[in-house]
Structures are given as structure tokens and as C-alpha cells.
Design a protein around this ligand. Structure first.
Ligand code: DQA
Length: 145
């Protein structure tokens, strides 16, 4: 089956962006690890990072047509702002896990609300890039059941 990993704005800067908050790994490091883990378990993984809301929305529309089975998404700052991205993911009808590298609840008040958490299968935050690995593990378990 097919799993789509979506990364929102500024996550292309991982590795150099506020490393004390987001860690030293690059997005490439993370994506490559996920690709390997998915392949090892016999699944197909697709990934996209975009700084543009419309690109993420259009990728979600395509995901529906492509028959993507599960989505792992870190909407980044769009988490706290984007009704449009929420509506797009609802329109796919595809189950998803929301991931954040940092513990958004331990940060500024404006990061405490998410437009995605109430419609997500689950939410992982504060565990750094391991959150993606755990999300992938959970996604595969759900797909296989
Ligand atoms: C983030 C948390 C968001 O509040 C922030 O805007 C990001 C990254 C995280 O992964 O911790 O860009 O989603």
C-alpha cells in the first residue's frame, strides 16, 4: 500500500533552522529513513515538502485519485492557521497522523491550537524526528489490520 508524507512550510530548513528546537537532522535524512523503513516492510512511500499552501492542497487532491492509503503530515505553521488544508485533508477521506517535531504545547499559546488534531487518527509531538518513525510504524500497523 501507499503512504504519503507531507511536510509544511520551513521544514526544508531542518538541520539549520533553530536546531535547539527542531534538531540537527535534515529533511532529507528523515525522508530517506522513512523511505527505507517503508520499503523494508513492503510499502510504497511518497513524500513532499512545500512552502506553498496550494501545493499541499493540490497534492492532497491527487492523493485521493492515486489511492493513497494513509497520510503522515506535519503541517508546520499551517497547523495553526489553515482551514483550507484541513478541508483538503477531509476531502481526501484518507486517515492521517499529525506529527510535530517540537512539543507545541510547551511553546507559545498560538501553537496550542491545531486545525488537524480533532480529525486525525492520532497526534505525535515533542519527540523530534522519531515522531515520524513512530507515525510510520502506527500507519503500517493500521494498514495491515
Ligand atoms: C512544527 C511546530 C509548528 O508550530 C511550527 O510552525 C513548525 C514546526 C513542529 O514540527 O514542531 O514549523 O510543526
Amino acid at each position: 500500500s501507499t503512504i504519503l508524507v507531507l511536510h509544511g512550510p520551513n521544514l526544508n530548513m531542518l538541520g539549520t533552522r533553530e536546531p535547539e528546537v527542531y534538531g540537527h537532522e535534515t529533511l532529507n535524512d528523515i525522508d530517506n529513513r522513512l523511505l527505507r523503513q517503508a520499503a523494508e516492510r513492503g510499502h510504497h512511500l511518497l513524500h513532499l515538502q512545500s512552502n506553498a499552501e496550494y501545493e499541499l492542497i493540490e497534492r492532497l487532491h491527487e492523493a485521493r485519485a492515486e489511492g493513497v492509503d494513509f497520510i503522515i503530515i506535519n503541517p508546520a505553521a499551517f497547523t495553526h492557521t489553515s482551514v483550507a488544508l484541513r478541508d483538503a485533508i477531509l476531502a481526501t477521506g484518507i486517515p492521517f497522523i499529525e506529527v510535530h517535531l517540537s512539543n507545541v504545547h510547551a511553546r507559545e499559546a498560538f501553537r496550542h491550537h491545531s486545525y488537524f488534531s480533532d480529525i486525525a487518527v492520532g497526534v505525535i509531538c515533542g519527540l523530534g524526528s522519531q515522531g515520524y518513525d513512530l507515525a510510520l510504524q502506527a500507519a503500517i500497523k493500521r494498514i495491515n489490520n
